[in-house]
Design a protein around this ligand. Structure first.
Ligand code: CVU
Ligand code: MN
Length: 596
């Protein structure tokens, strides 16, 4: 059986820790060796205790063999890091060291420097010197410096330093995890959606990824010739019959499919799911069945399925495939989600991947469909919105690709959450399944039938919606809206939902307003959204997305993250400090895409 570890056909990238030191012997260096190495060890412990790889294992750190006092030791450390598969580097030091002689020169590795805030030895002076060196050499680095002075013997990591170390490392690992992997385009452009023109230059230059493309006829070949694991298929189909309840058919009676056709559709959508997953990550069982080439997969950590219309005019739609693969569980039990963008909207797929790799949770893919103002809601339902919803809400809804984790049926302290798969219980997975009904697809849209997942997201979850847009002349730009899912009274939800397609999953989303720019009103958020789709991640992860975007050199054109949570490379302030948003554009343009 294929699983998440095969999604990463190489080992996970490690974090390299570089203890930098003042190289002067006969007193200075010797007095600092232990303190410097201990800083490195404490950072390694912090990461191992707090960060996990997509398979749930703790993140691994590699510490340089010696403290780095100059060029020779910097080079030896660089060699060790490349041998060990280091993808992110942090330099730590309590003292003055020699700036450009000790720096990490690998341009594609995200880098940070923690300069201990003590005054016996000037770690902060080194920090300032080395960061200016990094800027001068076009190697943006993050500077970490505690707010409070520590005593020289203090080996603790203060909270503000800890937050920055973890924020940097989370985003840096995403950069490293994406590098060398594939976005698999299953089909081509869906209904003229520009995001599904899978742009190889974007993936290659900004994410270090390859793009690969297959025609959807490959699904037909594998179905007709039985190129999937027949034992898994039987197991999956009977699990689906038990756990995926078919909802009411919303099609006009004259149009409804026969029972026989509906049963056949179930078989087809289950096969499509196995095939899409095997296309992404391969499956050793296929080798045993004589399909060695197909067994390899395509090293894909994200994919998209065109579906509409070439496929869906004739075959069952991709909703089941997308919803199940994007969820944290299926007939194989609880497992990491796969990332599959509907309508092959690869730009939404990219932000789904960001959200997933930053948090190790499943992501909701949705159309950003309707802004419902408080007055409009009141006019059609008589209800006045309140709480998080008081300024209006966005109706996030698409034809069934959203992760079932998005039902909000997992809980922490009685509150709805979306967890990493290793924290999800059997009971919670079951609740997500029970909260979802699979409704025969709207045949006017999907002539080939299929099933759409219908559910309603529980309110009260902190969520972050994001989106990448490509702009000719600039390249990619990222937009971010933090907010909350909201509950509406049942009759209000029903009335609003029935105005659109009630067979699709709904999330009612209230973005957090700031009173200015794109976050003056909820209308402004919708009005400034760059495309028809958004990816919604559990939690307020806007700050991490901003950090990640700066590493990749993707400017952020709109966000509602408070200034004190924003963490970018130190060089960004050299592009202006009054208006960080436009400084971000200048910095990204100046340094250019990470892999170009
Ligand atoms: C069924 C329709 O074609 C939907 O799929 C459409 O509203 C979209 O999702 C557009 O992104
Ligand atoms: Mn859509």
């Amino acid at each position: 059986m294929a699983d998440i570890s095969t999604r990463y056909q190489s080992a996970f990238p490690k974090i390299g820790i570089r203890p930098a030191i003042d190289g002067r012997r006969k007193g200075i260096r010797e007095s600092l060796e232990e303190q410097t190495m201990e800083m490195a060890r404490s950072v390694a412990r912090l990461f191992a205790e707090n960060l996990r790889y997509p398979n749930g294992e703790p993140v691994e750190c590699v510490i340089a063999d010696t403290c780095i006092g100059g060029v020779a030791e910097a080079a030896a450390c660089g060699e060790k890091f490349s041998r060990e598969g280091v993808g992110v580097s942090i330099t730590v030091t309590p003292c003055w060291c020699y700036g450009t002689e000790t720096i990490d020169m690998d341009p594609s590795i995200p880098k940070a420097v923690w300069g201990f805030n003590g005054t016996e030895r000037p770690g902060a002076v080194y920090l300032a010197a080395v960061l200016s060196g990094y800027a001068q050499k076009g190697l943006p680095a993050f500077g970490i410096y505690g707010n409070e002075v520590q005593d020289s013997g203090d080996t603790t990591i203060p909270n503000d330093v800890r937050d920055k170390l973890l924020g940097f490392a989370r985003a840096g690992l995403v950069v490293a995890l994406m590098k060398g992997k594939t976005y698999l385009s299953m089909g081509s452009v869906s209904m003229g959606i520009a995001g599904s023109i899978v742009n190889d230059a974007f993936f290659q230059d900004y994410l270090g990824m390859r793009t690969d493309y297959i025609d959807m006829s490959e699904f037909v070949r594998r179905m007709d010739q039985g190129i999937y694991d027949p034992a898994e298929y039987e197991r999956a189909l009977s699990w689906v019959k038990e756990n995926c309840s078919e909802g009411a058919d919303n099609n006009p009676p004259a149009l409804q499919s026969t029972r026989e056709q509906k049963d056949k559709d179930w078989e087809t959508v289950v096969k499509m799911t196995l095939i899409a997953r095997d296309l992404m990550i391969g499956n050793p069982r296929l080798d045993e069945l004589g399909y060695g080439e197909e067994a390899l997969g395509r090293n894909a950590i994200a994919s998209g399925f065109q579906g509409q219309r070439a496929w869906t005019d004739h075959f069952p739609n991709g909703d089941f495939l997308e919803a199940m693969l994007n969820s944290s569980f299926d007939w194989n039990g609880i497992r990491a989600p796969y990332i599959v963008a509907t309508e092959n909207d690869s730009l939404n797929g990219a932000v789904m991947l960001f959200g997933n790799l930053l948090t190790n949770t499943a992501q909701i893919f949705a159309d950003v469909r309707t802004f419902w103002s408080p007055d409009s809601v009141e006019r059609v339902t008589g209800h006045r919105l309140s709480g998080h919803a008081e300024n209006g809400i966005l109706h996030l809804i698409n034809s069934g690709p959203a992760t079932l984790d998005g039902t909000g049926q997992q809980e922490q302290d009685g509150k709805p959450v979306m967890k990493s798969f290793w924290d999800i219980s059997e009971e919670e997975a079951q609740k997500c399944l029970d909260a979802t009904s699979w409704r025969p697809a709207s045949l006017e849209y999907f002539r080939g039938g299929g099933y759409s997942s219908d559910y309603l997201t529980r309110g009260g979850m902190p969520m972050t919606m994001s989106r990448i847009n490509l702009v000719k002349g600039i390249g990619p730009v990222l937009q971010i809206a933090e907010g909350y899912s909201v509950d509406l009274p049942e009759h209000v939800h029903d009335t609003l939902d029935k105005r659109t397609d009630p067979t699709w999953p709904t999330t009612w989303f209230a973005p957090t307003l700031t009173g200015s720019g794109a976050f003056r009103t909820v209308y402004d958020v919708m009005d400034n959204w760059g495309a028809n789709h958004g990816s919604i991640s559990y939690g307020h992860i806007g700050a991490d997305l901003i950090t990640l975007a700066s590493m990749l050199r993707i400017p952020v054109n709109m966000h509602n993250v408070p200034a004190e949570r924003i963490f970018r490379p130190r060089a960004w302030s050299l592009f202006g400090t009054d208006n960080p948003e436009s400084a971000d554009y200048r910095a990204c343009t100046n340094f250019g895409p990470l892999y170009n």
